[in-house]
Design a protein. Structure first.
Lengths: 486, 112
């Protein structure tokens, strides 16, 4: 970069420039900080800059380069981390006032793996409080503005992660996705965002929202960069017993395999009422493009899709009500001053949590309370089985499924703040992959008449990120040649 | 099912939340709206369907075994050496709102 705003850099660009001595990791990090200081006041993507840690890491990379040592795969690559992943010695808030002063004593596994691969961690990114939201307006600090149109939301909850990539304030970022929180902001900001298979990436050090639905994943400007980051962070971690012992392929090598002959499923349930007509047209054109690239388009049925959002909001809030019980003011974070222990708990949580977090704790506690457990929580878990079976059946016939990421383009700030249900429905096409645990990616597939980005979503079988990325990469390349051609 | 003021008060109590009058009114309205939408799950016949609590149940469970043995994939052998060291006491206490250096301090638990 970023001599001037707007120039994109890929991981290969960074590696090339450092290897050829055109720049150093230190100079590059300083360039990015300069750009962030100029640009971010109007966007609000960052909550905390970790300059000391970044420059120390950049110095190590430059030292290795000076000594002629082989450089690690992400050497000097400026990245940033959603503020729901803990970073040793660097304030981590989860977008909440209850963790305003929290400085974790250890690193999230995904963050540690990025740094071990040479990445330079610029700072921590804004998000909805505890990742609860679809617009990043629930951040207890400030909302994030969409770099493509600052009057609009960047999506959420990883709004800072998507906006930072879109505004070239980081080459790649990490987000978390519990119901679409990586893919939906990627779609709204016009970048690539991947939610891997449940168990593919360790959740150790991810501040828990809903443990059976939470995923960590990468966002970047290209599919290849997303593949490079995934390769770095994926794989079994002894610190997370739900991380899977499943071989991590060389995703980048897999990208180049042909896609001709692959079967792409299309489900009418993802093209129903509420889908914006321009979004529909762009996604249908993208599916047509995949057909031109040699894929066979096959209709599939996902009949329980309409029950995904209601099932999701029971499961997610039930798990959240349990996970957020730990914020009691005793061991870390904000504490309200009170005369008795029970008053301290209540007042700490009352002043520390924002409205949406309280709403979800209330809903989840209600769904788990005596007399309602069977009607809500158990019912939702059974519907989760049905939704997962839908995908199992479909993937007997097809290799990937194509759909819109979101029913609309980015909406205006303030548009849905007072209507929680309308906000929840922004996740209608993304929550299914969290419930079933399958991987999903959002890649830009066009713009509407206001030049707002539209996202194509692809799903694949459990642990088949390789096929997902391969199809996304072929589409991305096909799309660029189309643009270049005409 | 309709959520009442009493339900809101009861659930807030379970969740260790106090909530202002305004927040309680808001919760009453929002919970009824969201639960109204969720009611549609009742349209599905699920008597014979097993609940799904975790995705990892799908790929790790050894169905030929019993009880917690089914989840053997998630466990490891006991080791006496090579475990990660615990956090130093000082590091663990660093974020404490109130501490005497050894313990977390809290207001009195038993009243009177």
């Amino acid at each position: 970069m970023p001599a001037s705003m707007g120039s994109q850099m890929t991981i290969d660009d960074v590696r090339g420039k450092i290897a050829e001595g055109q720049t150093t990791a230190t100079a590059l990090a300083q360039d990015f900080y300069r750009h962030i200081r100029e640009e971010d006041p109007e966007i609000g993507a960052f909550l905390t800059l970790s300059e000391e840690r970044a420059l120390a890491q950049a110095g190590r990379i430059d030292q290795m380069a000076a000594e002629g040592k082989p450089l690690p795969p992400l050497a000097g690559v400026p990245v940033a981390i959603k503020d729901v992943m803990v970073t040793s010695g660097v304030r981590t808030t989860a977008g909440s006032k209850i963790l305003d002063n929290f400085v974790p004593p250890y690193d999230c596994t995904a963050v540690a793996r990025l740094e071990a691969a040479g990445a330079v961690i610029l700072g921590k990114l804004n998000c909805d409080e505890f990742a609860m939201g679809s617009s990043t307006e629930n951040s207890a600090y400030y909302p994030v503005h969409n770099p493509r149109d600052k009057s609009r939301v960047p999506g959420g909850s990883s709004g800072g992660s998507a906006a930072a990539v879109a505004a070239n304030m980081a080459v790649a970022t990490l987000g978390s996705d519990t119901g679409g929180s990586i893919r939906q902001p990627a779609s709204f900001c016009g970048v690539v965002g991947l939610k891997p298979t449940y168990g593919r990436v360790s959740r150790y050090g991810l501040i828990a929202f809903a443990s059976s639905l939470d995923h960590i994943g990468p966002l970047a400007n290209t599919v290849k960069d997303v593949a490079l980051v995934l390769r770095t962070i994926a794989g079994r971690d002894a610190m997370d017993s739900t991380s899977a012992e499943v071989l991590v392929p060389d995703y980048v090598a897999e990208l180049e395999k042909p896609i001709a002959g692959l079967k792409v499923g299309v489900a009418k349930e993802y093209f129903g009422a509420g889908l914006d007509s321009e979004v529909r047209a762009a996604v249908e054109a993208a599916i047509q493009k995949l057909a031109e690239l040699g894929c066979e388009v096959v209709p599939v049925n996902l009949p329980h899709t309409e029950y995904a959002v209601p099932a999701y909001y029971i499961v997610a809030t039930a798990e959240a009500s349990s996970n957020l019980a730990r914020y009691d003011g005793v061991r870390y974070g904000f504490r309200a001053r009170a005369n008795t222990l029970s008053e301290m708990y209540r007042q700490t949580r009352d002043s520390g949590f924002g409205l949406e977090v309280k709403r979800r704790i209330m809903l989840g506690t209600y769904a788990l309370s005596a007399g309602y457990y069977d009607a809500y929580y158990l019912k939702a878990q059974k519907v989760r089985t049905l939704l997962t079976r839908d995908f199992d059946e479909a993937f007997k016939k097809v290799d990937v499924i194509a759909a819109p990421t979101c029913p609309t383009v980015a909406f205006k700030l303030g548009e849905k703040v007072n209507d929680p249900l309308a906000m929840y429905l922004a996740d209608i096409y993304t929550v299914t992959a969290n419930l079933a645990g399958i991987p999903g990616i959002s890649i830009p597939c066009g713009e509407n008449h206001e030049k707002l980005p539209i996202g194509l979503q692809l799903f694949a079988r459990h642990f088949d990120e390789a096929t997902l990325l391969r199809v996304a990469h072929a589409y991305e390349r096909g799309r660029s040649s189309l643009a270049a051609g005409g | 099912m309709k959520v009442t003021d009493q339900d809101v008060a009861y659930v807030a109590d379970l969740a260790s939340l106090e909530l202002t009058e305004e927040e309680r009114a808001r919760m009453l309205r929002d919970l009824n709206s969201i639960l109204g939408y969720i009611e549609r799950l009742g349209e599905l016949q699920t008597d014979e369907i097993a609940p799904m609590a975790q995705v990892s149940d799908r790929y790790g469970v050894d169905e030929s075994r019993q009880g917690s043995e089914r989840f053997a994939y998630a466990s490891r052998d006991d080791v006496t050496e090579g475990l990660r060291k615990s956090l130093p006491h000082e590091a663990a206490m660093k974020n404490a709102p109130d501490t005497d250096g050894t313990f977390f301090e809290v207001p009195k638990v038993i009243e009177r």
